[in-house]
Design a protein around this ligand. Structure first.
Ligand SMILES: Cc1cc2nc3c(=O)[nH]c(=O)nc-3n(C[C@H](O)[C@H](O)[C@H](O)COP(=O)(O)O)c2cc1C
Length: 195
C-alpha cells in the first residue's frame, strides 16, 4: 500500500486533450493503481507571467511568495502538498514548450532554503511528432534536479506520435508510475532534508 502519496501532474501543452495530456493521464492512471492520489494541472488554465529576475537585482528580492500577483503562488502551494510532480511537455523545437519553461523559471521564488522541491520526487515526460523529446526531458530534469528534486529511475518517457498518428502507450508508462510512487513512498519523510 502507498497510502498518503500525492502525485501532481503538470501539463505544459496548450492542448488539454492532446498527446502530452494523454501520456500524462496514462502515467497518472498507473500511479492511481499504485494507490496514489493524483491530480492534473494544465498550465494553459493559469495566469503565470514571466519571471522578472528580481534575484538578479538583489539576492534577497526573490522569495516565496513571489511578489508577482498571478496564479503562480497558488500553483506552488499545490506543489508544496504533493509528494511527487510529473512535468509533461510537448517538444517544441528540441526544447520544452514556452508554457513549461515560463513555469519552471517562476519556480525560482520557491527555490529558497530549503527549496520546496527539495526531496520531492519528480518525473519528466515529453511528446514529439518525430524527434527531440529527449532534449525537452533533459532540460526539465536538469532544472528540477538543480532545485533539489529526486528524479525517478527510468525517467525518460516520451512518445513520438508522428503527425496525425495516434499516440502510442506502452510498458514504460507503467514502469515510470511504479517507480515514482515507490520512490515517493521511500523518501516521503525526507522532504527538505537534502543538502
Ligand atoms: C511550435 C512547435 C514546435 C514543434 N517542434 C517539434 C520538433 O522539433 N520535433 C518534433 O518531432 N515535433 C515537434 N512539434 C510537434 C509536437 O511536439 C507534437 O505534435 C506534440 O506531440 C504535440 O503535443 P500536444 O498534442 O500536447 O500539443 C512541434 C510543435 C509545435 C507546435
Amino acid at each position: 500500500m502507498t497510502k498518503g502519496i500525492f502525485v501532481l501532474g503538470i501539463n505544459g501543452s496548450a492542448r488539454k486533450n492532446g498527446n502530452t495530456a494523454k501520456l500524462l493521464k496514462k502515467v497518472l492512471e498507473h500511479a492511481k493503481k499504485e494507490d496514489a492520489k493524483t491530480e492534473v494541472l494544465h498550465l494553459i488554465d493559469k495566469d503565470i507571467n514571466p519571471c522578472r529576475s528580481y534575484c538578479a537585482k538583489n539576492g534577497t528580492d526573490c522569495r516565496y511568495p513571489c511578489s508577482i500577483k498571478d496564479d503562480m503562488n497558488e500553483v506552488i502551494e499545490k506543489i508544496k502538498v504533493s509528494d511527487c510532480i510529473v512535468l509533461a511537455s510537448p517538444n517544441y523545437w528540441y526544447s520544452m514548450s514556452g508554457l513549461m519553461k515560463n513555469f519552471i523559471d517562476r519556480l525560482a521564488s520557491a527555490d529558497m532554503n530549503p527549496s520546496i522541491l527539495n526531496g520531492k520526487v519528480a518525473g519528466c515526460i515529453a511528446t514529439s511528432d518525430y524527434d527531440g523529446s529527449m532534449s525537452a526531458i533533459s532540460q526539465m530534469s536538469t532544472a528540477l534536479n538543480a532545485m533539489g528534486a529526486i528524479i525517478a529511475p527510468f525517467n525518460n518517457l516520451f512518445s513520438n506520435s508522428g503527425r496525425g498518428v495516434k499516440i502510442q502507450f506502452g510498458e514504460k508508462d507503467k514502469r515510470l508510475a511504479r517507480n515514482l510512487v515507490k520512490l515517493a513512498k521511500l523518501t516521503k519523510n525526507e522532504h527538505g532534508t537534502w543538502v
